[in-house]
Design a protein around this ligand. Sequence first.
Ligand code: AVI
Length: 324
Amino acid sequence: MHVASARSSLNTAIQTPLGEEVYRGLTGHPKSLCPWLFYDEKGSALFEQITALPEYYVTRTERAILADYADEIISTAADRRLTLVELGAGTATKTGLLLEAALRHQQRVTYHPIDVSESALNEAKLRIETRLPGVTVKPRVADYTEGLGAIDAAGQRRLVLFIGSSIGNFEPTDAVQLLRGLRQQLHAGDRLLLGVDRIKERKLLLAAYDDKAGVTAAFNLNVLERLNRELGANFNLRLFRHCARWSEEHSRIEMHLESLVSQQIFIPALELEVKLNRGETIHTENSYKFTPEGLSSLLERSGFKPSRQWTDERNWFSVFLATA
Ligand code: AVI
């Protein structure tokens, strides 16, 4: 009886997306965990803190580009009336700049934020509709790989926003696959606005992913806390160290969790024992950085025609407009 119930809870845990991913990642060589595992409630709050850190220039720089060029972006994209769609919108804090510009261009705007977090979408709807009465927000709780097709743009030109450097967390082949999938759900002439982080001095990149206050370290280590809580694992967080590396070869920042001792972890919900040697790491995230040429080629391989690029004065970040 006990055995039967243990088995059934084991199967249930393995069959959840979390269980499957953790099993795959920790039985693989080298060990890894997928970056989407970061974003439980605590991880999402830590990420919000990261975006305000002095070392994490990403959010601030993209916001400055949008503040300077939103009108130009909107008028370049709008060969007819626009409907805005945002993939992975979250609470949509930077989108206000584009919505305000769209309202200067046309009287009313429909905005479709797509995200897996219903609470973030509700917050976005309330905030935007209160502040910008000309905008109608139609949130959609979905994974952004599937949410686009169902959006009715009522004959208007769709401008799809994929900002915040989110594309950088995909492996290059997955990024092409994702953009191709998007392209297939769009009509010819629809637009994509992509925010991407640029290759820059190693020292700046490393500081952005290993801040002095230790918020990024807490964000990275939180994934182990999540496995303890949700799968009953027994990770001792003090026996791991956050570590950020720049890979010149792949143009990416890598985040790892390094085991400080040789140890054995047990994850009851997966009936899995994981051995880690001293110095061995669990690879938790890649954050790819681009050159304008690299990004244009990625867009072209995905079936988009790059049309314009806006950047900040230090060339740290770029916002690309492309046509489907
Ligand atoms: C969400 N994503 C674009 C962030 C990045 O910069 O790759 C995630 C992050 N990881 C550590 N700091 C921020």
